[in-house]
Design a protein around this ligand. Structure first.
Ligand code: IVH
Length: 673
């Protein structure tokens, strides 16, 4: 190979490292697993041909996921091995032959289990109590995620003496299994992320990985993960003489175990494989195949393991749910925040038992990355998500005539569209765009938010088109029985029902109303936390960015979005009208995390502080309950002065206002002064 190939090799390694980061660290893969495997295979092939080019930092030299900085690590009691794969009945038969040869030729009994598409974990119990949870890591060493795992309801925190006795478990034992995110939780999470302007997770597995490998257990708790057990060990060695006994014991002890079957031979196992494939879609979580394990522990020992996987087990992997079809159109829809989202309208095609005719393209960058045109043939994949995604354009099939042109006008109202620098999202510039109003009404009314039954898309369209509803408050102020009843497909009964539903919604708790306002980045959980902290719409509306940032999970970006929302006069007016219409839920506000050492105090900042920018200090002061203003007066309590303080310092001295340096304000903030 020439010099250029070595350059190509480096480029390939860089690409793989980037995709590894995207997958393992950021949980945002940009290419399919199959494409990633193809990149790795190419790298491995080059390195096989040129072993002299192999470097210790080549991606081929590493096993397992990159550990996330900040999580402690601990050694496993015995390695967490991976599984060899089979993709056909013939490959399973080969496996069975090898196993039988090792067993002396007789048919071998297997246990067939679901292959959960999640993350393997090792849970350590002492005196029956869950003491430590580890991720797989590189198989030898895992990351300590005990606190995060404690939030999973399907992980028993204690296994009592009676249950242990029934299951045959000693006080100290280890359970291995898989953490996964059920489909329903995944869909809900992605919907929330979309509403909050966060990128969607590609599949439940990535969402689960992100949720387990975090430093804040509250994030794990909010993701509703599940744990399924498949092994019980003591001192790193199997506890019971057979897999069937193990699974039964785990269930006895209070662990979830997935569907499984004891099979007397390969034929029986094959039936299970096919049965599960047929029923795959009806399971509450994703599986990517079935695992076949030799049942008898003695035989397992005899068969042993390679450095990577046991010789006594194999994973039969189902075919990826992919298909190739034609892009008939690329259509932009306008969301509640005015964001234009492209969708590919596809020639309907069956993928894994479901007919697919739409696929999300996320944003313009994605269209560009894929290079997709109307008329192209594309490979699509369904992976856990209800919305399938476009993996790639099939280059050797006829292409569409021309590259996709981004619209310059909103497809709904015809106003201009705008793309903020550094953002991938196009937005309609018209704040009164009917699409935006319709989407906000839809969000406000839907189940899980204000829960106004009967206010569906068709009715929302009529209400906005006739001008009966121009904003959210109109729902409460403007809707009268007669004109409502006169709308298409309404009638008096439906109109009465709708009015009753709207009335009922006035009694919703505060978080629903905050969520319903549709503030950017404020999803259900953030709304709950804001409601807890501020207790009323009014208090939330007047909160400073510093005060907002004191709320758990609210960072500068969300705080700014809330401030921007409430500084818009139309939104302030909306809140005022909603309150006047009887929507003013209240609750007891919870104390902020930071002690209010500057409650009610007025401060002025001047000059440059040694360790903090003015913005940072302002946020800290506000978080501690103080107010920061721009000019010194007799009402000012403190002036905080840094280097090169100017006229404000003179004024403070003149008025006899206390002047503090950085150490002085620190002492006050911490309650030491
Ligand atoms: S047994 C030595 N059983 O699949 C035995 N693994 O592709 C190794 N997995 O790392 C594990 N469902 O995370 C086993 N029922 C099941 C499984 C299962 C999913 C995962 C596991 C493993 C990976 C290998």
């Amino acid at each position: 190979m020439s010099e250029t190939s070595q350059a190509e090799l480096e480029r390939l390694r860089d690409a793989i490292r980037r995709h590894e980061r995207l997958y393992y660290v950021e949980d945002q893969p940009q290419i399919s697993d199959a494409d990633f495997d193809a990149l790795m295979a190419r790298l491995a092939a080059i390195e096989r041909a040129h072993p002299e080019w192999i470097t210790p930092d080549s991606p081929t030299q590493r096993v397992g996921g990159e550990p996330r900085a900040g999580l402690a690590k601990a050694a496993h009691s015995s390695p967490l091995l991976s599984l060899d794969n089979a993709y056909s009945q013939a490959e399973l038969a080969d496996f069975d032959r090898r196993v039988r040869a090792g067993a002396g030729g007789e048919p071998v009994a297997y246990v067939a289990e679901l292959k959960f598409d999640g993350l393997s974990m090792a849970l350590h119990y002492e005196a029956g109590r869950f003491l430590r949870g580890l991720t797989r890591g590189d198989g030898e060493t895992g990351e300590v995620v005990t606190e995060n795992l404690r939030t999973l309801r399907s992980i028993p925190l204690t296994v009592g003496a009676a249950e242990r006795a029934a299951a045959g478990l000693p006080p100290r034992f280890e359970v291995r299994g898989e953490v996964l995110m059920p489909r329903a939780a995944f869909q809900r999470l992605n919907q929330e992320r979309e509403e909050e302007g966060e990128p969607r997770f590609a599949n439940p597995r990535n969402a689960a990985a992100g949720a387990v490998r975090v430093l804040d257990a509250r994030v794990t708790a909010a993701r509703r993960l599940d744990f399924y057990a498949y092994a019980a060990l003591v001192n790193g060695q199997p506890l019971l003489p057979s897999q069937a006994q193990t699974l039964a014991a785990l269930a006895q002890a209070g662990f979830k175990v997935g569907r499984w079957r004891a099979c007397r031979d390969l034929a029986a196992a094959w039936d299970f494989v096919q049965e599960c494939e047929r029923e795959r879609e009806t399971l509450p979580f994703e599986i990517d195949g079935v695992v076949l394990k030799v049942d008898d522990e003695g035989l397992r020992q005899k068969l042993g393991s390679t450095s990577k996987f046991p010789r006594w087990a194999i994973a039969y992997k189902y075919a990826a749910r992919q298909a190739v079809t034609r892009v008939n159109d690329i259509v932009m829809s306008v969301g509640r925040t005015g964001a234009l989202t492209p969708t590919a309208w596809l020639e309907p095609v069956a993928v894994g038992g479901v007919t697919v005719s739409r696929s999300t393209l996320h944003n313009l960058d994605e269209i560009e990355r894929l290079g997709v045109r109307v008329g192209d043939s594309v490979r699509i994949e369904r992976s856990g998500d209800v919305i399938p995604k476009v993996l790639e354009v099939v280059a050797d099939l006829p292409r569409g005539p021309e590259p996709y042109q981004a619209p310059t006008r909103c497809p709904v109202c015809g106003s201009g569209v705008h793309r903020e620098p550094g953002e991938v999202i196009l937005r309609c510039v018209n704040p009164n765009c009917p699409a935006q109003l319709q989407q906000s009404l839809h969000h406000f009314a839907r189940r899980g938010v204000m829960n106004i039954g009967g206010l569906g898309p068709a009715l929302i369209e009529q209400l906005t088109q006739t001008g009966m509803v121009r904003d959210l408050a109109d729902l409460y102020e403007k809707l009268d029985l007669e004109p409502l009843a006169a709308l298409e497909r309404m009638g008096e009964k439906s109109a009465r029902n709708l009015i009753a539903q709207i009335d009922k919604s006035r009694a919703n708790p505060l978080w629903r109303l905050i969520y319903g306002l549709g503030i950017r980045f404020v999803g259900e959980r953030t709304a709950e936390l804001l409601a807890e902290r501020f207790g009323s719409l009014e208090a939330l509306m007047e909160a400073s960015e510093g005060e907002l940032e004191q709320v758990e999970e609210v960072g500068p970006r969300i705080a700014a979005a809330i401030r921007i929302f409430f500084s818009e006069p139309a939104n302030r007016d909306l809140v005022r009208r909603l309150r006047a219409a009887g929507l003013d839920p209240r609750q007891e506000p919870r104390a902020p995390r930071v002690p209010q050492t500057l409650a009610g105090k007025k401060l002025v900042l001047t000059g440059t502080l040694p360790h903090f920018s003015r913005e940072e200090m302002k946020a800290r002061i506000e978080a501690a309950g103080g107010k920061v203003s721009g000019s010194v007066s007799a009402k000012t309590d403190y002036v905080v002065a840094g280097e090169e303080a100017g006229s404000k310092l003179d004024k403070a001295r003149e008025l006899g206002v206390t002047v503090l340096d950085e150490a002085g304000i620190e002492a006050l903030l911490e309650g030491r002064a």
